[in-house]
Design a binder for this molecule. Structure first.
Ligand SMILES: [Zn+2]
Length: 479
């Protein structure tokens, strides 16, 4: 199988931005070690240039129209589709024109590296260019385009970093076409086997696999998808919040400390089918009524622990108007910032559900009702994801970058927060220092064509991203 790479090797020789006509005798204006607070302020992100990239790349995989303005369409750029290939080609061409060398790994992850004074693992900024089938213009795309804008800002200001800096585009973050989210950063970090990822079949009736589609669009790279083959000194990811907190509390930047833990269970409640007309309440083993009490109690207990509990799947048997159901299964998804919070919540729920199944009263659930006969309850665990804690050094770089922009207003305009959703940064954080920067999502809307973040907020986020990477590079030489 021939692999169509998108560049000739001659491009690799020219690391420095061609349009500025650097030669080997060119003196750089700044080294990052010289960029203290005031000079950092001169590294300005260009709002129009950033927004142009966001909207320009939306031509590949344009989704549903929701308004009249030209940018008021969503995105439908599924991983490894023709549209994704076009966006990838743009990524490679753009970063190479800005002086980077690009590498594609065996999962189609693309790494673009701008050299520094010294050799060593680069500090990366990036995210993903794939979207949900009915997604918006900002999820993932903002993080990649802002990282490309970082390259331009460094070039504009003739900054030579101490070590290389890079931009990364991760493959199939959404898990929408190939049904494991963050699968390619997962392989790179050593958490998911390559074969398993390559053999993932697309959802729906198609027969394509990740590997066949990587080959088809020319992005099955020859470099192993591994943090050992492609090391990172650090990973910074700018992303839209995808929730309502920053907007509603009037903060501009979320300084993300980690990603919350979650556990998924299936709860099976067994009672006894009986006639709805002839069976008095006190002799029923009503599995659905029992499950309903459990779901309500999971909401109350999660509230008490500052966690979340949700049920999204409910199945019952036999499913007849005049039969009390004797067999009910429901999903239970619990989430919290810390594993120990989930430990406590899960223990409370196991105790409470056992009592509820035994027909005992828990927290007044039987008040004004009629206790029935016991049911049985059993739990099975479907999925566990531990809490991710980002690296304090990276978080501190983000804080420092925000401080340069916001000064005395930093506390008012930034918020320390935990991500409710998973991101590629979950996997990078397993093998290299990582943190994330959030910007507000209008109305908290995401995975929707109407997903929106203002130009001002996109620009501020990109500015914090640039500052974070430069600060991290400065600290590498200071030790
Ligand atoms: Zn995303």
């Amino acid at each position: 199988m021939s692999i169509r790479l998108l560049r000739s090797s001659s491009h690799h020789q020219c690391y420095r931005p061609r349009y500025q006509a650097f030669s080997t005798t060119t003196r750089w204006r700044w080294h990052t070690s010289e960029l203290d607070g005031e000079k950092m302020k001169s590294l300005k992100v260009h709002r129009d240039r950033l927004m142009k990239d966001i909207h320009h790349t939306a031509q590949w995989g344009t989704g549903e129209r929701w308004g009249k303005a030209s940018a008021e369409t969503g995105m439908s750029r599924l991983a490894l589709s023709d549209a994704d290939k076009s966006a990838r080609d743009w990524f490679v061409k753009t970063t190479e024109e800005l002086g980077c060398k690009t590498t594609v790994d065996a999962m189609g992850n693309i790494f673009a590296v701008r050299p520094g004074q010294k050799d060593g693992p680069p500090i990366y900024a990036g995210s993903h260019l794939d979207t949900q089938p009915t997604g918006g213009r900002y999820d993932g795309v903002l993080g990649v385009t802002a990282a490309i804008e970082m390259l331009r800002v460094l070039n504009d200001n003739w900054v030579e970093t101490e070590y290389p800096v890079g931009v990364v585009n991760w493959t199939n973050e959404e898990g929408a076409r190939f049904p494991i989210s963050m699968v390619s950063s997962g392989v790179w970090s050593g958490s998911i086997p390559l074969d398993h990822a390559h053999n993932l079949k697309e959802v729906g009736s198609g027969t394509a696999t990740m590997k066949s589609e990587l080959e088809r669009i020319g992005y099955l790279g020859s470099t192993p998808a591994s943090h050992e083959a492609i090391p990172m000194a650090a990973h910074f990811e700018l992303h839209i919040e995808q929730g309502p907190i920053l907007e509603s509390e009037r903060h501009k930047i979320g300084i993300v400390q980690g990603v919350q833990a979650y556990r998924w269970f299936t709860i099976h409640v067994k009672g006894q089918d009986c006639h709805t007309g002839t069976t008095p309440f006190n002799v029923r083993s009503d599995a659905l009524l029992t499950a309903a009490k459990m779901i309500l109690q999971s909401h109350r207990a999660a509230t008490k622990h500052g966690a979340l509990a949700s049920t999204g799947i409910l199945t019952l048997k036999p499913g007849s108007t005049n039969t009390v159901p004797g067999d009910v299964k429901f999903s239970l998804d619990i989430r919290a910032a810390a594993d120990k919070t989930l430990d406590a919540l899960e223990q409370d729920l196991r105790d409470d559900f056992a009592l509820i199944a035994s027909a005992s009263d828990v927290a007044g659930l039987n008040t004004h009702g009629t206790p029935g006969l016991p049911c049985t309850v059993s739990w099975s665990t479907d999925s566990i994801s531990s809490a991710t804690t980002f690296h304090s050094d990276c978080i501190s770089c983000v804080e420092a970058a925000a401080k340069v922009i916001f000064g005395d207003e930093t506390e008012k305009l930034t918020k320390t927060m935990t991500s409710g959703a998973g991101h590629d940064s979950v996997y990078t954080s397993k093998v290299c220092p990582t943190s994330m920067i959030f910007v507000p999502s209008k109305g908290g809307v995401s995975h929707n064509p109407r997903e929106f973040t203002s130009e001002e907020d996109c620009t501020l986020g990109a500015q914090v991203l640039v500052g974070s990477v430069v600060e991290c590079d400065r600290r590498r030489v200071r030790g």
